[in-house]
Design a protein around this ligand. Structure first.
Ligand SMILES: C[S@@+](CC[C@H](N)C(=O)[O-])C[C@H]1O[C@@H](n2cnc3c(N)ncnc32)[C@H](O)[C@@H]1O
Length: 338
């Protein structure tokens, strides 16, 4: 059975690596990393998802708009002509096979994927504070299905790499990419890898995003150092994470779960997080947004049919999680690598 073809990515990295040698070092390891990440031994379920993607129609052209809240593709043409209603219906079914869809939304040839998260709301909070993304090389660490990576491309980024070790997110990304049409094939890539797969001291990217990842890291300062190592000197870090209220020494470490999530470690105050970023060697550290997550932003939908935030809050007091911790509050921090 055919497997994902990363040859465009390798060509792009070979070209970009002429000015940014860290990318050549990564390129030397990538084929082995990617084949290990998607091997049937490691993720037996992936190959079923890949078959669904292969069954999506091969478009010769499509219209797309990466600046819409629901990422848009329409007017799809195949070699046999415009997509028929029957083909569009088939697309809906094939995409539904990749359930649960958590990050979006998308509107792809009349299929509206109403995801668990209104990821567009996060983008609206982040985007006004970013350096101009036009022409930049960007790494989105833990970028999920790539929704924000597409928005970065829509804002003019030259190349965006989204890394996320979840093979389901990789499959969702590839499905979206196929339906957006062939024009976009060299601008945005998803690599089913984790931050630990990025070679040390890459110093290649103009912007690095880490959104919704820091609280999943057991060693948060090491995560900040890893992100810094991916940036070129003068590059910009965009960090979005869960925080708590309080002063520079205030950090919450949940006893066990937090809002039903396993694997949640440190929730610092904004002041503590600023201190962490400064101790990690970042400059111009600032908090540009603070937002309490609502049950309108994160909720169950037809495309994410499991429990969601409303089920994870205390029904008597929604300002608390069901474990009794402060309900999710998220900060967006921006900082510069000197
Ligand atoms: C809460 S989601 C955030 C998704 C997206 N960035 C957003 O803000 O909506 C956290 C993501 O981190 C990914 N992740 C987990 N371990 C990781 C690792 N070691 N390196 C990179 N990403 C990781 C998960 O698969 C998940 O998609």
């Amino acid at each position: 059975m055919a497997s994902p073809d990363f040859s465009h990515l390798y060509t792009t990295l070979a070209q970009q690596g002429q000015a940014r040698p860290g990318l050549h070092r990564w390129l030397a390891r990538l084929p082995e990393q990617l084949s290990r990440a998607l091997s049937p031994q490691r993720h037996p379920e992936f190959h079923g998802w890949w078959q669904r993607i292969e069954q999506l129609p091969q478009l010769s052209t499509a219209e797309y708009d990466l600046n819409q809240d629901a990422l848009y593709a329409g007017a799809g043409q195949t070699a046999a002509g415009p997509l028929s209603d029957a083909e569009k219906k088939r697309i809906t079914g094939l995409l539904d096979n990749l359930h649960p869809w958590r990050k979006g939304p998308f509107l792809l040839h009349d299929t509206k994927i109403d995801t668990e998260w209104r990821s567009d709301w996060k983008w609206q909070r982040v985007a006004p504070h970013l350096s101009d993304l036009r022409g930049r090389l960007i790494l989105d660490v833990g970028g999920g299905s790539g929704y924000h990576a597409w928005r970065m491309a829509g804002a003019g980024a030259a190349l965006t790499l989204c890394i996320d070790p979840s093979p389901r997110y990789f499959a969702q990304f590839e499905a979206v990419k196929k339906l957006l049409g062939p024009q976009l094939c060299e601008q945005v890539y998803h690599l089913p890898l984790g931050i630990e797969d990025v070679p040390e001291q890459l110093e290649a990217f103009d912007s690095v995003f880490s959104m919704g990842v820091l609280y999943h890291r057991r060693s948060p300062i090491d995560h900040l150092l890893d992100l810094k190592a991916c940036l070129r000197s003068g590059g910009e870090l965009v960090l979005e994470t869960l925080v708590v209220e309080g002063g520079a020494q205030q950090v919450l470490l949940p006893q066990d779960r937090y809002a039903a999530m396993r694997n949640v470690w440190f929730l610092p105050s904004v002041a503590a997080l600023s201190l962490w970023l400064e101790r990690a060697g970042f400059a111009d550290v600032r908090c540009v947004d603070l937002n309490r997550t609502t049950t309108e932003e994160q909720r169950s939908t037809d495309w994410m049919r499991f429990q969601s935030l409303a089920d994870f809050l205390d029904p008597e007091d929604p300002s608390r999680t069901r474990e009794g911790y402060p309900a999710p509050l998220r900060a967006v921090m921006i900082a510069r690598k000197p």
